[in-house]
Design a protein around this ligand. Sequence first.
Ligand SMILES: *Cc1c(COP(=O)(O)O)cnc(C)c1O
Length: 442
Amino acid sequence: MNAGTHNTDLLTRSACSVWHPCTQMKQHESLPLVPIARARGTWLYDFDGRRYLDAISSWWVNLFGHANPRINAALVAQLAELEHVMLAGFTHEPVVQLSERLAGLTGNTLGHCFYGSDGASATEIALKMSYHYWRNSGRSEKTGFISLTNSYHGETLGALSVTDVALFKDVYAPLLRQCAQVPSPDFRLAENGESPRAYAERCAQALERYLESHHAQTAALIVEPLVQGATGMAMYDAEYLRRARALCERFEVHLIADEIMIGFGRSGTFFAHQQADIVPDFLCLSKGITGGYLPLSVVMTTDKVYAAFYDDSVTRGFLHSHSYTGNALACRAALATLDIFRDDDVINVNRTKAAHISRVAAPLARHARVRNFRNTGMIWAFDVDTDDAEFARNFHAAALERELLLRPIGNTVYFMPPYVINDREIDMLVTRTLEILDVLFK
Ligand SMILES: *Cc1c(COP(=O)(O)O)cnc(C)c1O
């Protein structure tokens, strides 16, 4: 079969046998799937030799490029030793090392790691642990959860309950538990003339009012620190996190930091909450944790939470489990990812690279259609002024024609490239994005 035939054949079969995520499958009648044969660095290749710059890190997971030689080598070595063993009653070197190194990265404030396989499971684990902590502490009336408006914490039923995206949530409303939403500190929602910080403070006051009347029934507040990703890269001032931390302390409510997207350097610091100089009670990590190789998530927590479960009674323990908890290959990929952070001084190198990308991308901010051009760490986003309900699809299709993988969220276009993106690729990304805007709005 020649390459072109293989492309077409794979598309037809995939649209039939594979039910793709986050997709109305019928739309693939007009917008074909993109078949990928292999990938290297920042590039994805199909069977015809067409290529796409992975400017969104394959849904925000890839940090150091595809087929990264160091992660590949670590996985090959691990395969020769141990691919997997159950983690109940058993343990292994990669999971212990990973837990110790992650704890070290929190200054050993979050010294206990509980593993899952994906982000939504991490959210579930944090919610259950928080509730169970209060129950074990004689406070079983604390069953409520608070999240921010426009938050995203995953799509299993528990995670969806604290997610605030109508499109994903409304259909399933009868299945979900009621959770409270307090105003998002997204700076775009500030009043005219109000600074992002002043707006963050105003939102913290709204949280305070909520907690004043509901703290006795509330177990936890869950937030995406600094950037609300899935609802359009909403960015906010770190002051909100400082205030939220203090309020949670005062009202005896847990703070869950969902850093599933923003952790592992995406915010510019290793963890985003570090920019507010706070420690959450629970830290959820996934996505970049394995460098984009294998599914793995973890919830990290404090000695205090851990101690509340440590008991002679079985039911006071956290009996939650997933079959692949602490998978050895995934942990090894995560360790190789952490090695790259350390050996290549990635956080500092990214600071220089981010400043360069912001300079190169500056013309986008001046485009007539562009609003709210914004940046946090290794994320850039802007909103496009258009009434076109099909904007995201049209932009995505136009990007594919120009060798770019970009997938706007509503009217928001964002770049979230692998950290290994080079200068030539950055130029290409910006130039072609400008070209797409000009073509769509000529
Ligand atoms: C992606 C994401 C999740 C869900 O992770 P999955 O692995 O897709 O289940 C949760 N929270 C945030 C902030 C995310 O970006």
